[in-house]
Design a protein. Structure first.
Length: 92
């Protein structure tokens, strides 16, 4: 099944925690889009899902300039139990 971008982004976390840039890079690669707006949107979705209790931030750092821009906040996320339940209910 071909899921919307936001759902695919969430499913990447089923195998364990990922840094935001790892999941965004994977989505960008799959979509073939490299524009800054799409990358920003994907990062926003991660923050939105974290605020909704689907993902937890487990680590943060400062970008050295190799991902989103020097000095930008980077976050490592993991799927919550609630997130796993929502995937099971809505995406399987």
């Amino acid at each position: 099944m071909d899921y919307p971008c936001k759902s695919r982004l969430l499913r990447y976390f089923e195998n364990g925690p990922l840094w935001d840039y790892e999941s965004v890079d994977k989505l960008v690669s799959e979509e073939g889009r490299k524009d800054a707006y799409f990358r920003w949107t994907a990062r926003f979705w991660l923050m939105e899902m974290s605020g909704g209790g689907v993902l937890d931030v487990i680590e943060e750092g400062i970008d050295d300039g190799s991902h989103f821009g020097e000095g930008k906040l980077i976050s490592k996320y993991r799927l919550t139990d609630y997130g796993r339940m929502r995937i099971k209910e809505l995406l399987e």
